[in-house]
Design a protein around this ligand. Structure first.
Ligand code: LLP
Length: 418
């Protein structure tokens, strides 16, 4: 459910006409809906056992305005870098609700997170245990840790976003888990508090979650029997969203699996949803630059490219594309919808049936609020697209369009080229 609807033939974000935003901001731009963000967060929170920490995976959408919108609802955050830590703190999420994931945390990042007073580190390897122990000891602190375990479960999602198989770089191998806990327990500046798992993203089947969570439940019991205090269980994120007509399981069904698998453990649960909160709360708005007839195909060439939204090129992702203004009686045609970037992979949709479009028309690429702007780049010297947040009838540019002059000013001449 989202708040992007047509009124009088014009796509609106809540009560704001997208054509009006485009006229004010120019294209391309990302447009997010506050009401959708709030709704997704609340529905997810309500489906989880009381007392759970909802640690929004900020990698999905790191806009400060989005972070603050969620902070005001009580969200915590799952971060994977010092940069994300600084962003969530700036957005108003207290450090005490922050969990730090990621396979490659550096000493300086650990130090910043310890100084900030984060809730827990999700440690992903034995060498990381040693380094975190050293960094915490050097500050006279104890770091609260969960070990991220790789349960060797196939999440049945795209290979590039699957994380819980033994072949993936993430987490501590299932067969090493107990030894890793025994090792961690001996390190004086670490305090074991929990177990963590995350098996992948855009998961549309509950069975892999159930399998992974049941494995975690068994592990928690074994670890407790071995004398470890396990008071928290972090289940990661990964619940999929509807990109097309298929409907993934809803948060309530996911919540039922959570309760069934780990509800009786008497532990605080932590969830790290990212996509579920932001994906359908955002669209990428673009203008048609040309309609080009090829020998085999007809191309819609947009002013947004793969540098703005890389998901179709990178994960073969499907994104629905709709006109911002509906023309009564428009013929339907089959197009390849592409961007201006000089790569054949700069293709948003192949053989897509759409109402006939002309140069100057606006389109919205839907479900672009997660892993859209955050994965943007300035390839082809294309400035990052602006971000706009809508609330009711109001809209605000929360990240202005970068100028090429700004990016040029960031560079320095070597002495020999001055
Ligand atoms: N927790 C951890 C440790 C993660 O690595 C991720 C996502 C999440 C939580 C949030 O997962 P979500 O609820 O959003 O599925 N760029 C890719 C997705 C990469 C996901 C990376 N990790 C895409 O556009 O599909």
């Amino acid at each position: 459910m989202n708040h992007f609807d047509y009124r009088n033939g014009v796509l609106h974000a809540e009560d704001a006409p997208i054509a009006e935003i485009a006229a004010a901001v120019g294209t391309p731009f990302y447009c997010y809906s506050t009401a959708t963000l709030e709704r997704h967060y609340r529905v997810f929170e309500a489906a989880m056992p009381k007392g759970s920490l909802i640690a929004y995976a900020v990698k999905a959408n790191g806009s400060l305005a989005v972070i603050r919108t969620l902070a005001r609802l009580g969200a915590g955050a799952d971060i994977v870098s010092e940069g994300e830590l600084k962003r969530v703190l700036a957005g108003g999420i207290p450090a005490a609700k922050v969990v730090f994931s990621g396979v490659g945390k550096r000493r300086s990042e650990m130090a910043t997170a310890l100084d900030a007073g984060i809730y827990q580190f999700n440690v992903e390897s034995e060498p990381e245990l040693d380094v975190l122990n050293e960094v915490a000891a050097s500050k006279g602190m104890k770091a609260a840790i969960a070990l991220r375990i790789n349960p060797d479960v196939d999440a049945k999602t795209h290979a590039k976003i699957s994380t819980g198989k033994a072949e993936n770089k993430f987490g501590i191998g299932w067969n090493r888990a107990k030894a890793a806990y025994a090792y961690a327990a001996k390190l004086p500046a670490l305090k074991i508090v929990g177990v963590d798992v995350h098996i992948g993203s855009q998961i549309t089947d509950l069975a892999p979650f159930r399998e992974a969570f049941l494995k975690v439940a068994q592990l928690v019991q074994d670890l407790r029997a071995a004398g470890h205090e396990i008071s928290r269980v972090d289940l990661g994120g990964g619940l999929g969203v509807p990109y097309d007509s298929r409907t993934p399981p809803d948060p309530a069904s996911y919540g039922a699996v959570v309760r069934e698998a780990v509800g009786a453990l008497d532990a605080q649960l932590i969830m790290e949803p990212g996509r579920l909160i932001t994906a359908n709360a955002g669209v990428l708005v673009a203008e048609v630059i040309y309609v080009k007839k090829g020998d085999e195909k007809e191309f819609i060439i947009l002013d947004a490219g793969m540098n703005d939204l890389i998901r179709p090129a990178m994960y073969d992702a499907f994104h629905d594309i709709v006109p911002v203004r509906v023309r009564a009686g428009a013929q339907r045609r089959v197009y390849d919808v592409v961007g201006p970037v000089c790569e054949s992979a700069d293709l948003f949709a192949r053989d897509r049936e759409l109402p006939q479009l002309s140069a100057g028309d606006l389109v919205a690429i839907l479900t672009a609020g997660a892993y859209g702007a955050v994965q943007g780049s300035s390839y082809n010297a294309r400035p990052l697209a602006p971000e706009v947040l809508v609330k009711g009838r109001q809209f605000a540019v929360t990240r202005p369009r970068q100028s090429v002059e700004d990016t040029i000013a960031l560079e320095r001449w070597p002495d020999w080229l001055r």
